[in-house]
Ligand binder design. Structure first.
Ligand SMILES: [Zn+2]
Length: 64
């Protein structure tokens, strides 16, 4: 019985990539896509608390 190669859709570029031990970047198709997704994720993590903190300080009339 032949095992079919399992493929997954890359969350970054939506192309099909091989789901195997050979593909160390799974579920991504490549290192590039893995880094892109990781970068977008960490950017948002830093952006949300940073922006709200700065805005609350600048917009607070009690401080100025
Ligand atoms: Zn990709």
């Amino acid at each position: 019985m032949n095992k079919l190669t399992k493929t997954v859709k890359c969350p970054e570029c939506k192309s099909l990539s091989e789901w195997s031990k050979k593909n160390i970047y799974r579920p991504f198709c490549s290192k590039r896509c893995q880094l892109l997704d990781l970068g977008a994720w960490t950017n948002e993590m830093h952006k949300i608390p940073g922006d709200s903190l700065n805005e609350s300080i600048l917009d607070d009339p009690e401080i100025a």
